[in-house]
Design a protein around this ligand. Structure first.
Ligand code: PLP
Length: 441
């Protein structure tokens, strides 16, 4: 069947998908993917014209909103000039993107290694740290996601690691999570202190001289937008310094405006040794990721070969999109908008929702990076059952909101360009959908 022979493109899309597309993280027979045909800003639609407010930013990557005209135009212009180029060449789009990205990083970061996405960014950051230190072990958190390749998936803490443990030298520890403390703490300060003690003991027990890197998300994202208590990231930095360990901050989800800063670590006054990025760097219009490398680490490869590479490292369509994205984000105050919307619209509106709905156990986040943690019982904090979460998702979709649902949480993660009016509309939808599932059952 050709596209022009059918009027029901949504049905055709579903049929082709179910017939031939093999999906991520799924039992193939158990899924019924949602059809999306187009989008603009915060809105997406199917082929029939039914639309939704995209409060997922897809996989939390469309920071600049859908179909930003300057980014689309830059991709078109680059496509007219040169659509692909070997990584060994010098290319203007690649060089401009690297320079703009390095400018966003703290002083002392001049070099960028480009990858195709976030997983291979972490993969190469781990490689850099191992080569730089001559050590092997990588410490990362149980509540984390770092990507689906060799070392990145084994650095990941959640269930996705277990069927994929082919890489060696990975050890996990618990990070701070005041709402569900592993440390019996009763305040964020105590959680911070005890989580840092636990990390110190993990380093000592594993042998400080064997540890190449501590790899953590500045704010664990998929695991629940778990904003670390003040002082935690600084404490991790101090431990890394004390034991000569490379600190890799994974900014793949939290970076490029999501928290209302270019990088989530900025508010914590911490400078890592390696920064990994992807998603928001060009909002995923063309796949791109990378590692921003601090000068001392980069310098060790001046005379020594860096044993890593990718055919599409710094692909011109992706880097042209990154240049246009970063320039538009500067010109249009997109990061500032994320900050203001977070402080003035999302924070008060989500707090008001929590006042009204018993099922919301905790609201946490910053910028346009929030989680509503849903519980069957506020006293015990028992997570809302999966069946109720599924019902809630259906209710949200039916009311015109595309949500990001993870375990017992709704992540409220619209584009950084979202308006106060769109937030108000979304909050009305969350409110109505939550009312339907209460009392929990
Ligand atoms: N790191 C973090 C924090 C992520 O959230 C993700 C993806 O969600 C990744 C790494 C992996 O990125 P990618 O899917 O582009 O490989």
């Amino acid at each position: 069947m050709s596209l022009t022979q059918t009027t029901d493109l949504d049905a055709l899309t579903r049929e082709l998908d179910r017939g031939h597309v093999f999906h991520s993280w799924s039992a193939q027979g158990a899924i019924s993917p949602f059809v999306l045909a187009g989008g603009s800003g915060t809105t997406v639609w199917d082929h029939s014209g039914r639309s939704w407010l995209d409060f997922s930013s897809q996989l939390v990557n469309v920071n600049i909103g859908h179909q930003h005209p300057a980014v689309v135009q830059a991709i078109k212009e680059q496509a007219e000039i040169l659509t692909t180029v070997s990584p060994a060449t010098a290319n203007l789009a690649r060089g401009r993107a690297a320079s703009l990205i390095a400018d966003l990083a703290p002083d002392g970061f001049e070099k960028v290694f480009f990858t195709n996405g976030g997983a291979d960014a972490n993969e190469n950051a781990i490689r850099l740290a191992r080569l730089y230190t001559g050590r092997d072990t990588v410490l990362s958190q149980y509540r984390s996601y770092h990507g689906n390749t060799g070392a990145a998936i084994v650095a990941t803490g959640d269930w996705r690691r277990m069927p994929n443990q082919y890489a060696r030298g990975h050890v996990h520890f618990f990070g701070p999570y005041p709402y569900r403390s592993e440390f019996w703490s009763v305040s964020p300060e105590q959680e911070c202190e005890r989580a840092l003690h636990h990390l110190r003991r993990t380093i000592e027990a594993e042998g400080p001289g064997t540890i190449a890197a501590i790899l953590i998300e500045s704010i664990p994202g998929t695991a629940g937008v778990i904003v670390p208590p003040d002082g935690y990231l600084a404490g991790v930095r101090a431990l890394a310094d004390e034991f000569g360990i490379v600190l890799i901050l994974d900014e793949v989800m939290a970076g490029f405006g999501r928290t209302g800063e270019w990088f989530a670590f900025e508010r914590h006054g911490v400078v890592p040794d390696l920064i990994t990025f992807a998603k928001g760097v060009n909002s995923g219009y063309v796949p791109l990721g990378g590692v921003i490398i601090s000068d001392p680490i980069a310098a060790t490869f001046d005379d020594r070969v860096f044993p890593g590479g990718l055919t599409y490292s710094g692909h011109p369509l992706a880097t042209a999109a990154a240049v246009a994205t970063i320039e538009a984000m500067h010109a249009e105050g997109v990061v500032e908008n994320a900050h203001t919307i977070g402080a003035e619209a999302l924070a008060p509106a989500l707090a008001a929702l929590a006042e009204k709905h018993e099922v919301i156990g905790e609201v946490r986040g910053e910028g346009v990076f929030w989680a509503l943690e849903l519980v069957a019982d506020r006293a015990t904090r028992e997570p809302l059952p999966a069946a109720t979460m599924a019902r809630l998702k259906t209710e949200l979709l039916e009311r015109g909101l595309l949500p990001f649902v993870s375990d017992n949480r709704i992540h409220v993660v619209p584009p950084c360009t979202v308006t106060a009016d769109e937030v108000a509309r979304a909050v009305e939808i969350y409110d109505a959908a939550l009312a339907v599932i209460e009392p929990v059952g």
